[in-house]
Each structure stands twice: as structure tokens, then as C-alpha cells.
Design a protein around this ligand. Sequence first.
Ligand SMILES: NC(=O)c1ccc[n+]([C@@H]2O[C@H](COP(=O)([O-])OP(=O)(O)OC[C@H]3O[C@@H](n4cnc5c(N)ncnc54)[C@H](OP(=O)(O)O)[C@@H]3O)[C@@H](O)[C@H]2O)c1
Length: 343
Amino acid sequence: MPPTFNQRIVLASRPQGAPVAQNFRLEQVPLPPIGHGQVVLRNRWLSLDPYMRGRMDDGPSYSPPVPLNEVMEGRTVAQVLESHHPGFAPGELVFVPNGGWQMHALVDASTLTRKLDPAGTPPPSTALGVHGMPGFTAYAGLREIGKPQPGETLVVAAATGPVGATVAQIARLHGLRVVAIAGGPDKVRYLRDELRVDVALDHRADDFAEQLRAATPNGIDVYFENVGGKVFDAVLPLLNDFARIPVCGTIATYNSRDQLPPGPDRLPALMNQLLRQRLSMRGFIQRDLQRLFPEFLRQMGQWLGDGSIRYREDVVEGLENAPQALIGLLQGRNFGKLLVKLD
Ligand SMILES: NC(=O)c1ccc[n+]([C@@H]2O[C@H](COP(=O)([O-])OP(=O)(O)OC[C@H]3O[C@@H](n4cnc5c(N)ncnc54)[C@H](OP(=O)(O)O)[C@@H]3O)[C@@H](O)[C@H]2O)c1
């Protein structure tokens, strides 16, 4: 018997700076009746991702903001409860591009393009992490913009998250020297002992810039930009001529996007360095590179199967805990791909 009510979290107000609990509201609403070509889904896993901070703002972006009082956007893995479409049957597990921060979702079956095996390897939750959008971001951004070559040096931060950890490991598979950066001793230990990067550094160390210099005696050829801020400042003087910088994210400034930092204007110096060193710096959104997705699914499936790529998940239980978990992600409190389990 399909449910008649739905529990969901909506955007109650837009954050000023860092998001707070009051920006979200948990509510119970009637579930609309199913229409032609639609399916009723029970969300099982909700992915929490840094881009969600941007959707909470009303400014210009590559995607429209979440409207006030509407369900927070998010990818999910869900089970079909009821189907008015011949391609889907109750009980099947699917990846949902926007299942949202809610227990149930009513969606057009035409938006569902990926069925998942509940007992499969890798497990279904990885369709939200290493075997889904974040892993693909790492694969496609590194390949298309980073253009890694054996023997080169790559630097990546947020390196225990699903994007950074995947970048670091693919680069190692390609024969690069990998310097991976994360926040805190536990994350650094994981990078060194589990992911076996060449050097793991803590960006919170007082002498971080000096440590990075010592770790890159041959300079930096690829800097996969996930964070911006002081990591970017430390990387700049170490870049080699013709270095490539895929600009994937700048999470250090997501809570203060439109504010200029204190201090002198360093833009002219950056422009001069770009020219002098013939640097390639290119922003990208993973969906721009979708043509690579089928090849990514195959290749990553193989790497996960043979143990070449490892992953770590950080699981939070219960929809009601999603707001605090997202707030924590923007402060580096997650350790691995952040997921909410909705059982
Ligand atoms: N362009 C695209 O299409 C695309 C797609 C997916 C993701 N992204 C971007 O990729 C980056 C990583 O995403 P993810 O999903 O893998 O996230 P994640 O690494 O799981 O989580 C974010 C991490 O960022 C780090 N961080 C937060 N604030 C920071 C700060 N002020 N300075 C330095 N590091 C900080 C924290 O790690 P530490 O504790 O280690 O610092 C935190 O755990 C994000 O910038 C995201 O927006 C872009």
C-alpha cells in the first residue's frame, strides 16, 4: 500500500554566510496521487554534496536555486513502491537524479536512467559517490583538463572526500607523484596508510605552505582545485610552466562567495603568472563532460572490482539529521562520501 503522507525537508530561508539549522524545515505533507508515466519511490540513500550550499543562494549560478519552501534538492538511491510505467516494477532499486531531501518522491519514470542491483558489487550507495557523480567529476576533470602524464606531480585537497580521493588514486594509477591534502591527523593517516599517496599533508598545520614546498621538489604539474583559499595560495608559487588546473570547486569560499578577501588586490599578479607560465586553468561542471559517463562507469566498475580504487563512506542516520550533516560538510566534519541513510 503506497503511503499517503511524505516527510520532507524544505529550504525555509536563505543563509547569510554559513547555513544554520533554521534555514531548513522538516515537515509532513500529503503525497500527491500518482499520474501517468510516474513512479512512487521510497528514498533509501540521500547524497549530501557541497554544491547544495550554492542552491540555497538566490544569485546567478550554473543551476537555478532551490525556491523557498520547496524540497531541498539531492540525488538519491530509491526503491520503486508503485509504478505507472511499463519499464519499472515495484521493488526495483534506482538512481534518482533529484529524489530530494524526503522519504518519498513522485517522479516521471523518464528521468530514471539507471537501475541498481541491491546485492551488487559495488553496493548501490556508491552510485552517489565513487561510482556516481563525484567519482565521475574526478575521472572526467582529471582526464580532460588535468591531462596527467606519468612522472608528473599532482596536488589535490579535500582528498578524503569522494572527488579528491578518486583524483588521488587515479593519478597514482597513471604513475604520477601524488601530494594529497586534508584537514586533521586522522584524514592524513588515511591518505598515507590506506590510499598510499606519496605525501599526505594537513592544511591546518601552521607551516602548511613550507610543508607543501618540501613535498614538491620538482614543482606542481597538475593542481586539481577543490578548495581555493589558502591551499590555492600555497600552490601558486610552486606551479611549473604549462601546469594544468582543473577548477572543480572552491569550497573554502562557498559561505562567502561574493565577498572580497581582506588585503591587497592580487588579481594582476595572478594574471601575470598565468601568462608568464602559460598555465591552463579551466572551470568545469561535470555534466559538461557527460559523454564520458558510460566509459567512466565501465572503467570505475573494473577498478573497484579489482581493488585499484578504494572509497570511504560517512553515513548519517535519519532524514532529520541531514541539515546538521550538510552544515558539518562545509566545515570539514565529514570523513568520506557523506550519505544519509533513510531506513
Ligand atoms: N565541478 C563539478 O562538477 C563538481 C562536482 C562535484 C564536486 N565538486 C566540488 O568538488 C569539491 C569536493 O567535493 P566532494 O563531494 O568530494 O566533497 P567532500 O570532500 O566530501 O567534502 C568537502 C570537504 O572540503 C573540505 N573543506 C571544507 N572547507 C574547507 C576549507 N575552508 N578549506 C579547505 N578544505 C575545506 C573538507 O575536507 P578537509 O577536512 O579535508 O579539509 C570537507 O570534508 C567541492 O569543492 C565540490 O563543490 C565539483
